[in-house]
Design a protein around this ligand. Structure first.
Ligand code: PGA
Length: 241
């Protein structure tokens, strides 16, 4: 696992956008996976600006979504579906046929997860996965205690995830469960880029990067991943030794 510490929020966002562009320029058919949340907003904004300026070609790549809220209609503002399409795929010119996201409205969760797992296998695995970290150390909706061997699955969400999740919606939205790629798929991605910013993440970043590798801190499994890269601002890195 490598780490890079930057002065402000904008710099890792820019470096992360560059990494996505470099990945797609070296391998136009790259398989990418994107998270939502507050952390990658700057990365996506800069990625779109840079992609347009450099006339980057995303027409051959394939994109997965990391997770989704269960039971929230996809078009509702705040779902991973709506955010990724509006903030990323449409501006980049990525077509619907190049994207596979969880259907949070499915009435057959097992089949939905099987479809996701099968699609990832068919595409030859994920080249670059961009993720954030929850205050409890989660990646996607892999909450503390989750087995590192799991692939796509549904997950009861912890209090802290439910509380921070509510902020993504523009009105109170009942959420209880999520669908997520599993840690097995995070660990199998050729490159995992974890972004973190702000003082609120300093304590969990210290645990995830320097504490024991344990299911209690799902992001700690990245310590054992040679292709893991953590980009963070000084505030998030403040408790690292
Ligand atoms: P955030 O969420 O980017 O909004 O901080 C990260 C996460 O919960 O994974």
């Amino acid at each position: 696992m490598q780490r890079q510490i930057f002065d402000d929020y904008e710099s890792p966002s820019s470096a992360a956008a560059d990494l996505v562009l470099e990945t797609v320029s070296q391998n136009p058919g790259a398989v990418l996976c994107f998270a939502t949340g507050n952390t990658p907003v700057g990365t996506y904004r800069l990625l779109i600006e840079k992609a347009h300026a450099r006339q980057a070609d995303f027409s051959q790549c394939f994109c997965f979504g990391l997770d989704e809220w269960v039971g929230v209609p996809p078009e509702k503002s705040g779902t991973c579906h709506q955010i990724l399409h509006e903030q990323l795929f449409k501006p980049l010119g990525v077509r619907g046929t190049q994207v596979h996201l969880f259907d949070g409205m499915t009435d057959d969760i097992s089949a939905e997860c099987r479809r996701m797992n099968e699609m990832i296998r068919q595409k030859g695995g994920i080249d670059l996965m961009l993720v954030g970290i929850g205050l409890n150390g989660h990646i996607g909706f892999n909450e503390p205690g989750c087995s590192p061997e799991l692939e796509a699955h549904d997950q009861e969400l912890h209090e802290s995830t439910l509380a921070s999740g509510q902020h993504y919606f523009n009105e109170p939205t009942p959420i209880a469960k999520g669908l997520t790629l599993g840690l097995a798929q995070v660990r199998a991605a050729r490159t995992v880029l974890l972004l973190a910013n702000g003082a609120g993440k300093a304590s969990i970043i210290q645990k995830a990067l320097e504490g024991p590798v344990t299911p209690e801190v799902p992001a700690s499994h990245l310590q054992q991943h040679k292709g893991a890269l953590v980009m963070m601002d000084k505030a998030a890195a403040a408790q690292l030794t």
